[in-house]
Design a protein around this ligand. Sequence first.
Ligand SMILES: [Zn+2]
Length: 318
Amino acid sequence: MDKIIFLGTSAGMPTLKRNVPALAMVFKPGDEFWLFDCGEGTQRQILQSNLKLSRLSNIFISHLHGDHTFGLPGLLATRGLLGVKKSVNIFGPVGLDSYLNNNMDYTRTHIPYSQHLFPIEKERFLAPNLLWEKENISVYCAALNHNIDSFGFAIIKKHIQKNILIDKLLDINIPPGPIYKKFKEDETVELEDGRILKSSDFVKETITIKKVCYCGDTTFSKNAVSLSEGADLLIHEATFSTHCKEKAIRSFHSTVGDAIEVARLAKVKKLALTHISPRYDDLANSPEKYTEFRELDEKLSSDSPEIILAEDLMELEI
Ligand SMILES: [Zn+2]
């Protein structure tokens, strides 16, 4: 992943400033993107970004509550109306398949591309477990604590950089030229003088790993901590201000303090707070000080994560 776009950062219902939850993870080159949750109106938020529905390949739904799912049937239908033929993978809690199928049946909606549904069974994800992988990307999933099955996702992308050991090649009289490229591409390289060399002896591979974790609705969760261990970015719900701990527990949600606690225990580099209750829409005059984490942030030690308050259509480079 190379970029995150917050498409909706409100909780429960949209406000004038924030739409209901959705998040895009964009991959370069090609701008393929994955969608995490799909609240009502997500397709309209997408229109305000540079995202193209034809480049959408994977959809992950954290849980079945309406503010995270009411936008999905419409988005899938529009993707069909636009003539997109490329298939899409949809990962979500058990029940998402009947929710979508019934919706399509009752509304007589025909989807002209294949949808591969992968039901997430809680029993398999009582602790973080591999959900899906392809080439250099793995997706891990873990059950969180909500009043309905709810899951967090960790996306790990490996990037392999190949560097030519120039000195070693010069030592055996191979000067820089197009032949150097072959060492990066082929297993063996045959020289004009007949010598055959093993590329691995002349190339050093450096592997860098990027990790992003998205935790949908939950109270403080140990699984969220282990899932996001060492992440470059943790996107965590923070429905309530730290003062509203009781309200948060009653509704199975997190406070700003809970999200910070997860981020600190998991030693993540950056924390983005999202899923913000409409009661804080007017942050300056909100009933409780939602942004007081900023003062708290200054008091935290230097190994604490950078904390960002997500806004709709905000983009974060990874
Ligand atoms: Zn929920």
